[in-house]
Design a binder for this molecule. Sequence first.
Ligand code: NAD
Length: 512
Amino acid sequence: MDKATPKQDIFKANLDRAAPLLAKLKADGIGHFIDGKIMPSVSGATFETRSPIDGALLTTVARGNTEDVDRAATAAALAFRSWREMTPSLRRKLLHRVADGIENHAEDIAVLECIDTGQAYRFMAKAAIRAAENFRFFADKCTEARDGRNMPSEEHWNVSTRVPIGPVGVITPWNTPFMLSTWKIAPALAAGCTVVHKPAEWSPITAHWLAKIVKEAGIPDGVLNTVHGFGEEAGKALTQHSAIKAIGFVGESATGSAIMAQGAPTLKRVHFELGGKNPVIVFDDADLDRALDAVVFMIYSLNGERCTSSSRLLVQQTIADKFVERLTGRVRALKVGHPLDPATEIGPLIHERHLAKVCSYFDVARQDGAVIAVGGRSHDGPGGGHYVQPTLVTGANSKMRVAQEEVFGPFLTVIPFRDEADAIEIANDIKYGLTGYVWTNDMGRALRVADALEAGMIWLNSENVRHLPTPFGGMKASGIGRDGGDYSFDFYMETKHVSLARGTHKIQRLGA
Ligand code: NAD
């Protein structure tokens, strides 16, 4: 459907598209995908996944444990032997076929993702296309994955090369599950690794679709395996399995710590993309119209369930009142609604437990002595699901819990600052360090602040716009390692040094 299609027609078309897909999912249930086959858990255990819109049962899902993870890891280890040897050009061709498959199913994936997660269609409509781009981008990098450096010395010809590390585990969260999982899985496969994926238990549906697409694309059995289940069971077992050489994890910082401990006995390499409480700093000389658009977008899009969201607005005192007044109007006007309605800007939150967590911060704000300028309640949305009012908290300072803790919802905390030094101090006064956003027309200042911010990614006069070759990741409690472009291969591959003697250097003669 094009832009001219009335929104009501798109809403109806989305509902019509979703209905048969959901009926089939409910009838079939979701199994693990191990060695190219969909299968139940060895134990026969399942769990339910429910709609955030109305709490209806969507389907039952296989609940994996150590035995299922062992089957998947064994399949991945076996498949690794041939997948790593496959020529890069053939691997490239297969990964492009996965991208084709994702594009062919893009509309189905988009509506299912909305229903499974509560994310609004306006953001999810393109999520599958971005996932396909992830596969295409890394497909084209297959041919350079093994590239290394030439470092000649006087006596030796020294080169480095890279080899895939082995079967890897990928553990993902529920906020934008399809797009996010491809971000990890595509580079791993391009590197020549095989994968066991453990998707989040609150959003299992589109991972199941990815498995089907991978099978249809002709990727050999065992190269991608999906084990569903809970973090403490399937997730933990994956991090402890001796055949799994590395864990790519996206989720909460506390879970990252647990995974590091769980993986220690088998010396797992880990790559962590964790939580954030990211600052957007607005100076009084900025283009305030564009800054306002970006501030609203970066916390209220994707239900605020976004690791890179700018959940702390640091605004210069000289413009704070006026800027917050305009912001207040925009937040009041945000449209909360059914996730399949293209007019919706904020859908229901993923789960009742997450709704309770977000709502608990309304009391925290009051106890902190801050002011809830907009929102501060759950919302009575269509279906009666886990809706919440977009919330704006003012009168805050950096020491308050609402300025320090990740809420992971449509919840923005405003903190005024005096000058550049004050802004930097407040921005860095936090355990997290994922992103920072700076708005100013003074380019010297923009670069100084970018330098001083303790965060892995900085956008100057921009919202978060992802460019796949660039490094993605966080500092401090926001992560370890970088994704994107060649950086991904640093994680999924071992760098090997090969040294060839020119044949003339002196070798010490012992016992001669
Ligand atoms: P979570 O840490 O609760 O769960 C993430 C995944 O880890 C799930 O699949 C879960 O089952 C699994 N898990 C839980 N405990 C485990 C254990 N002991 N061992 C192995 N696996 C385990 O996170 P969530 O609530 O699903 O997602 C929200 C969090 O993710 C937020 O903190 C958000 O900032 C973060 N996130 C970060 C990024 C990033 O790129 N930095 C991107 C998206 C989300």
